[in-house]
Write a protein that binds this ligand. Structure first.
Ligand SMILES: Nc1ncnc2c1ncn2[C@@H]1O[C@H](COP(=O)(O)OP(=O)(O)OP(=O)(O)O)[C@@H](O)[C@H]1O
Ligand SMILES: [Mg+2]
Length: 640
């Protein structure tokens, strides 16, 4: 019960001032998991965790995994052999006290001891090396699987609340996955040590075996309880640690560096950073103290059991049940066994901690897999008509529909402009047109086929998009335009696209032309202005030569000359493409064959520029508002 309170306590963490910058913690699954962290369930998970880590290792490097397992088994056998040799050696040595002739009898056992110790040392080095080899490979494989799952999921997965939280936690799983093989290997090797020693103890004094288990049990229980405390603390600090990560990025990244300075924002954000840090420390301190108390109790009880066990040895020796040589061997074997037991407890706890993060990793992959792009397999031709039929769209877990019963159509050879106020649903409409999102109700069709039935990757091959927020890839100018998918005529196509978007003027001044790296902050590439980047983004879409060209505010950062170039070039582009254009600069819509006006997620008007400017309605209102700030000379012209 106490732990349940601990989980729900997340919201009760004292906060020094009201937090506007606050994450909603969506880690409910882990909180649920923590509640079920009982020692029994954890112990029963250990074999599964060991199996999982070896399965991952198997997937990345079979040979090393086999070698590791083989070294492990041989090392365990050698340990058992060493212990038996100890018995023989000790027995001979003790007897040699009364009769020196026994000394030579001890020689083979001593040699065996030396040989097993030497071999085990060599195997230890090999095991270490193999673990070091496998660890990073496992982490990379875990990361690859996570990225693969993320890129193969529906876009809508990202809009689900908590997706980022779960991604962050899965990322932690990736981080610790490299430790998993080492921990598993140590666990297995501790188990081998224990088995070898237990066999010896069992042969000499089986009555001591239960006592041996008793020495480890309290520590095992304490360790599981301690783990639970730590994990719950990790959950409680999750929100603040995310805040720390986010602030670290905002405080150090170049994108905001100017505003941090001009807005004199640094101390405000740094205060938030410090406040989150203090809360994390406080929670961790509490957990550390609680853990220490639990460990103390565990160790004390274990200590008592150990005392009992040693007393048992004395009694056996005193009552003549065992001889001096056997007693000496027992001392070795018992020490070895308790080392193995403590190893199992310690490494088991480590492995369970790692395993929990790996659970987060696995459940992220499962969740992403649950939202995997699972659509039809039809391959679309270059589309002649893309349409929405009574489409309603609601973002996952949003309270209302963003698009409501929208009908829309664009044909090859046609330019359709979509206009509307901020938040009216234009970008959402673009995402549905190019099959990024699937409609909640109604149909989006490409030449009459629903986007649900089309192979998404084949569909995207026919999409060229200039998104409202386009990517600035840390690659060369050429790669930024071709996106690794060059046209058959190579750079000639790149230059044509660049000329159509005005990016040619940018490329001309780059120090190595198309080969220039556009990643200043990473590899000392060349920096571009916002408008220069936008020209590259438009060139990218033109270069793609796809049947549907979607441009969402493609000229928001462009100067008048570049904007003019793009809009006058659109007609030529539309010859064999369907073009959809979103723009707030209504003068640009004059180039369109048809204008669609959106209000509150609905299409409220359609028509040509001349029709819509003549008709009362939103378009005319917005158009007149834009004219309101024309130059005096233009206003005079307009009045005439
Ligand atoms: N990922 C999302 N999850 C939930 N709601 C969203 C998401 N993206 C957009 N919305 C909501 O959908 C509505 C329409 O957004 P959209 O981006 O389509 O508007 P827009 O017309 O493109 O606006 P703008 O002119 O500002 O670009 C907004 O009210 C926004 O809050
Ligand atoms: Mg938008």
């Amino acid at each position: 019960m106490a732990d349940q309170t601990a989980v729900t306590d997340t919201d009760a963490t004292p906060r020094p001032h009201s937090e506007e910058l606050e994450f909603v913690y969506n880690g409910g699954d882990s909180a649920e998991l923590a509640r079920h962290l009982t020692w029994r369930s954890l112990i029963s998970r250990l074999p599964k965790l060991v199996r999982r880590s070896f399965a991952l290792a198997w997937a990345v490097d079979r040979r090393s995994t086999i070698a590791l397992l083989a070294c492990q088994v041989i090392s365990g056998l050698l340990e058992a052999l060493g212990l038996f040799a100890t018995t023989a050696a000790l027995s001979a040595l003790i007897q040699s006290a009364s009769d020196p002739a026994h000394l030579t009898a001890a020689l083979p056992s001593v040699l065996m001891l030396a040989a097993t110790a030497g071999l085990r040392a060599i195997l230890g080095i090999a095991i270490q090396g193999l673990s070091n080899r496998l660890g990073p490979r496992i982490a990379r494989e875990a990361e690859y699987r996570m990225l693969h799952a993320a890129t193969g999921a529906e876009m809508a997965a990202y809009d689900h609340p908590g997706f980022d939280d779960r991604y962050d936690k899965a990322d932690r799983g990736v981080e610790v996955s490299r430790d998993m093989i080492g921990e598993s290997q140590n666990l297995v090797s501790s188990a081998a040590t224990l088995i070898a020693a237990a066999v010896v103890v069992g042969a000499l004094a089986p009555v001591l075996l239960p006592l041996l288990v008793l020495t480890a049990l309290p520590q095992a229980l304490a360790s599981v309880a301690g783990e639970r405390v730590t994990y719950l603390a990790t959950l409680r600090t999750f929100r603040d640690r995310r805040m720390l990560n986010m602030l670290r990025w905002y405080l150090s990244h170049k994108d905001q560096a100017d505003q941090i300075r001009t807005d004199t924002l640094a101390s405000y954000l740094l205060d938030k950073y410090r406040a989150s840090g203090v809360r994390v420390d406080r929670t961790v301190d509490e957990a550390t103290w609680q853990r220490a108390k639990i460990s103390l109790v565990g160790s004390a009880v274990s200590g008592l059991a150990a005392a009992l066990m040693w007393a048992g040895v004395m009694v056996l020796l005193g009552t003549g049940h065992i001889g001096a040589a056997a007693a000496g061997t027992l001392v070795f074997a018992l020490r070895s066994a308790s080392g193995g037991l403590h190893g199992i407890v310690g490494y088991g706890a480590d492995l369970m901690r790692t395993g929990r993060y790996m659970d987060d990793w696995e459940s992220f992959i499962d969740e992403a897999a649950g939202q995997r792009l699972d659509r039809g397999a039809l391959t679309p031709d270059r589309p002649r008509q893309v349409a929405l039929h009574q489409v309603t769209y609601r973002y996952p877990e949003a309270e209302s529909d963003t698009l409501r019963k929208v009908d829309f159509e664009v044909r090859q050879g046609e330019i359709v402009a979509v206009v509307g106020e901020n938040g009216s649903g234009k970008t959402t409409l673009m995402k549905l047109l190019c099959g990024l999102n699937l409609p909640t109700a109604g149909l989006v069709t490409w030449d009459g086929i629903s986007t649900r039935d089309l192979d998404p990757y084949a569909l995207w091959k026919e999409c060229a998009v200039v998104p409202q927020e386009f990517a600035r890839w840390p690659m060369t100018a050429r790669e930024n335009i071709t996106l690794g998918q060059p046209q058959p005529d190579g750079d000639a196509a790149v230059h044509r696209a660049a000329a159509a978007s005005g990016a040619d003027a940018v490329i001309t001044v780059l120090r190595s032309g198309l080969g220039t790296l556009l990643a200043r902050e990473w590899w000392n590439g060349q920096a571009l202005s916002s408008g220069q980047w936008q020209r590259i983004a438009v060139a990218r879409a033109i270069h793609r030569d796809a049947g549907l060209l979607v441009m969402d505010e493609p000229t928001s950062d462009l100067d008048a000359r570049a904007e003019h170039l793009i809009f006058t070039g659109l007609r030529a582009l539309a010859k064999d493409r369907a073009v959809v254009l979103v723009t707030h600069n209504l003068a640009n819509t004059a180039v369109a064959d048809r204008i669609v006006v959106m209000e509150g997620g609905r299409v409220t008007a359609q028509g040509t520029f001349t029709e819509l400017t003549a008709r009362p309605g939103l378009f005319r209102d917005l158009w007149l508002l834009q004219q309101d700030r024309m130059t005096p000379a233009a206003q005079e012209d307009a009045a005439r």
